[in-house]
Design a protein around this ligand. Structure first.
Ligand code: ATP
Ligand code: MG
Length: 717
């Protein structure tokens, strides 16, 4: 491709952004305006015009899927070897750096990455070992405390406690640091912090990378946290130019410490001369865009911008209300099949949900009707129980001191090592400040259990010896046999699925080898911890895409289904009482809507099984915030059997009129009775006729809920 054809089709603002001289730049623009396209085209243009070699490029994105997509786009534009470029997530890039310089970073060569589950179980073990009351210091809270501090760049020694409680948390944080170091275990936040400290301390390395990376490009900049921004500044130094693109309306990680404020800091710190704005949307039809624009205007805190498109308005957004979640899922699958018959590829359609738990019912429906699908995020392949067991064996082979791995498999499959023996190994380890492995090697007690421990130690050592000279997939295969995992799941009644997954791990190892530079077992294990789980449907096969709204960021599909549009689900109940939380939910909805190119469906259900309970919820306020003339309701509401009937909350015949009060003769402050939530007090009302809703405060654990008027009984006049 010539440099002219590379730039062909860009609009003037995009062209200006792509061809900026080497200087700090901020592209601030709405969804689908071509930010990612500008970023990738700029990389291709810089390379093609010889301004930089592939080694000089560092590009950061938010998900592994996005990083892969970026590489594909660049390779399609330029026939070059993209290997020299560093394109990845913050975590992936830091991992790469730490692997290369583990000694300087004070880490063992085979350091293991813990995902948040691994981290939580390490914390639980730690609390137990220290005899800490976990009612008073819940493991989850400590995890949150540790990660929050790490993301702010603070080690335990640097955190200033402000009361006795935080003083204890800081001590536990310090104990956690020590334990991780002993095990050679690294959590996600640690990857970044450790890398940041390494480059801060080690001038030689810092200069090396500053020299190397001339252009640093960051996608989804609105979702960087404080430490990530400091890391970028550190690695950029004075030489490199940072090219940042982002959209404040799509900031959806504030709950994890992301700061939209980084955009202002960046502008100030680098004296960014002109912030380039892109306003033309190339992705979606007008109706979809109008829905997104109107919805996001309900947020108070935004920089403010509007998108336009030259595409037509397209079809209205289709809304379907199921009577149950099963009914909703059946609709989704039927509609997907219909669109597929009309010629749309499955991979160009996505079903989005707010919470992972929603996917089960949909998956079940897809599975039983034979529609191929792939789930991103959620229970990722590498998080499944049997895969975790298998990885634990591999981790132990790579690094004996990995306590988490040892605990997971020392008695799995069962080999006669009981809880008491394990406890005694743990206390020996504590006393001698050694790893569990070392304690196990020096004897696991007398008699049968002692012999079983010795056998386990021999098993791991034997597997390590056998690994030598084997390729990675062969190592995995050998481990599955030697460990007894294969035999175990073979004998299980419903073990076939799990066996399939274990065999899939061999494929994962093969795929990894085909792509990776680092072909070692530890490289593969790091990949497993970072990977977003793309391995479940046959790679390359046409499959419907299922994912949470969070993982859909940056992606686009011809048809998008946003599901579970109910108060308490989307917006999520944890956020609905807090204005900042609600704004974040709305940005999330904005992200969801703007994924759609041609067709957008919004679905909800009158009742839903979640976490073992049937929940009855009213339609999401987001359905009301989208102008009614953009919505086409596909069905009239069915009366729900027990609750006495719902009308769709956003039905055009039920726009909020606040006339319900007069019509139905109740008043704010009145007491009501609800079959499930008990007695509450009306605090607000909306809609009219069959669609009238009241907001009721039930106090206690039920809190405040929007309900249909019909679902409550008036207690007092
Ligand atoms: P998001 O905020 O969702 O990440 P974005 O701003 O990164 O969106 P892109 O994904 O880069 O947007 O672009 C959206 C779509 O518009 C892509 O399919 C892209 O190829 C297309 N596009 C961008 N610019 C142009 C253009 N000048 N001409 C035609 N199509 C374009
Ligand atoms: Mg993008």
């Amino acid at each position: 491709m010539t440099s002219r054809s590379l730039l062909e089709g860009l609009n003037p603002e995009q062209l200006a952004a792509v061809t900026l001289p080497k200087q700090a730049a901020l592209i601030l623009a709405g969804a689908g305006s071509g930010k990612t396209r500008v970023l990738t085209t700029r990389i291709a243009w810089l390379l093609q015009t010889g301004q930089v070699s592939p080694q000089g490029i560092l590009a950061v994105t938010f998900t592994n899927k996005a990083a892969k997509e970026m590489l594909t786009r660049i390779s399609a534009m330029l026939p070059i070897n993209t290997r020299g470029m560093w394109i990845g997530t913050f975590h992936g890039i830091c991992n790469r750096l730490l692997r290369a310089h583990h000694r300087e970073a004070g880490l063992p060569e085979a350091f293991q990455i813990m995902d948040s589950q691994d981290q939580l179980s390490l914390i639980k073990r730690l609390l137990k070992a220290l005899n800490i009351d976990d009612e008073k210091y819940p493991a989850k809270q400590l995890q949150h405390f540790i990660n929050g501090n790490k993301e702010a760049g603070l080690r335990a020694a640097q955190v200033v406690p402000y009361d006795d409680f935080t003083k204890r948390l800081v001590e536990l944080y310090a104990a956690y640091e020590e334990q991780c170091q002993r095990e050679g275990a690294v959590d996600f936040a640690e990857l970044l912090l450790r890398c940041f400290e390494l480059l801060t301390r080690n001038a030689m390395l810092r200069d090396h990378y500053r020299e190397r990376f001339q252009h640093i490009l960051v996608d989804e900049f609105q979702d960087t946290n404080k430490l990530q921004y400091l890391w970028l500044k550190l690695i950029a130094g004075d030489q490199a130019a940072i090219f940042a693109v982002g959209d404040d309306d799509q900031s959806i990680y504030a709950f994890r410490g992301a700061q939209v404020g980084n955009m202002f800091d960046f502008e100030r710190d680098y004296q960014v001369k002109n912030v380039i704005k892109l306003e033309q949307n190339y992705r979606s039809f007008g109706n979809i865009l109008d829905a997104a624009n109107t919805l996001i205007q309900h947020n108070g805190t935004r920089l403010g911008k509007n998108l336009w498109t030259s595409a037509g308005s397209g079809q209205p957004l289709r809304v379907y209300e199921g009577s149950t979640d099963l009914d909703e899922a059946a609709f989704l699958v039927e509609e997907v099949k219909q669109l597929h018959r009309e010629g749309l590829a499955l991979q160009n359609m996505a079903i989005l949900y707010r919470s992972n738990a929603q996917s089960r019912v949909i998956e079940h429906q897809l599975f039983s009707t034979g529609v191929p699908y792939r789930v991103y995020g959620g229970l990722r392949f590498f998080e499944r129980q049997e895969i975790k067991h298998a990885l634990a064996y591999l981790r132990l082979i790579a690094n004996n001191d990995d306590d988490g791995a040892l605990l997971r498999v020392i008695n799995f499959p069962t080999r006669g090592i009981g809880a008491r023996t394990i406890e005694s190994i743990q206390s020996n380890a504590r006393l001698s400040r050694a790893s569990l492995w070392q304690a196990a090697c020096s004897g696991g007690g007398s008699g049968r259990s002692g012999a079983a421990v010795a056998q386990f130690v021999n098993l791991i050592e034997d597997m390590r010896r056998r690994s030598e000279g084997l390729t990675l997939p062969e190592q995995v295969d050998m481990m599955l046999d030697q460990s007894g995992l294969r035999a175990f799941y073979h004998s299980e009644k419903d073990g076939q699925d799990r066996l399939d997954n274990l065999n899939e791990l061999i494929n994962a190892a093969m795929n990894y080898l085909a792509e990776a530079d680092d072909r070692s077992l530890t490289g593969f294990l790091a990949h497993a911890s970072l990977e977003a789980g793309d391995h479940q449907a046959d790679a390359g096969a046409d499959a419907l895409q299922l994912m949470t709204v969070h993982s859909a960021k940056g992606l686009e599909f011809d048809a998008v289904f946003i599901t579970g549009l109910e108060e308490g689900l989307f917006p999520h109940e944890n956020a609905s009482l807090d204005p900042a939380g609600l704004e974040e939910e709305r940005r999330l909805m904005y992200v969801a809507i703007t994924r759609a190119r041609q067709k957008l469906y919004l679905t909800l259900s009158q009742s839903r099984m979640l976490h073992g309970q049937t929940r009855y919820n009213v339609g999401s306020r987001f359905l009301i915030e989208i102008p009614a003339n953009l919505l086409h309701w596909l069905n009239k509401a069915q009366p729900a059997p027990k609750m006495g009937g719902f009308a769709p909350a956003g039905n055009s015949s039920a726009r909020p009129t606040r006339s319900a009060q007069a019509e139905h003769g109740f008043h704010i402050g009145q007491s009501v009775l609800h079959a499930k939530f008990g007695v509450g007090v009306i605090i607000d009302c909306e809609g009219s006729g069959g669609g009238a809703h009241v907001q009721v405060n039930f106090g206690g654990s039920h809190g405040i809920k929007w309900l249909t008027l019909r679902s409550v009984d008036m207690l007092t006049a």
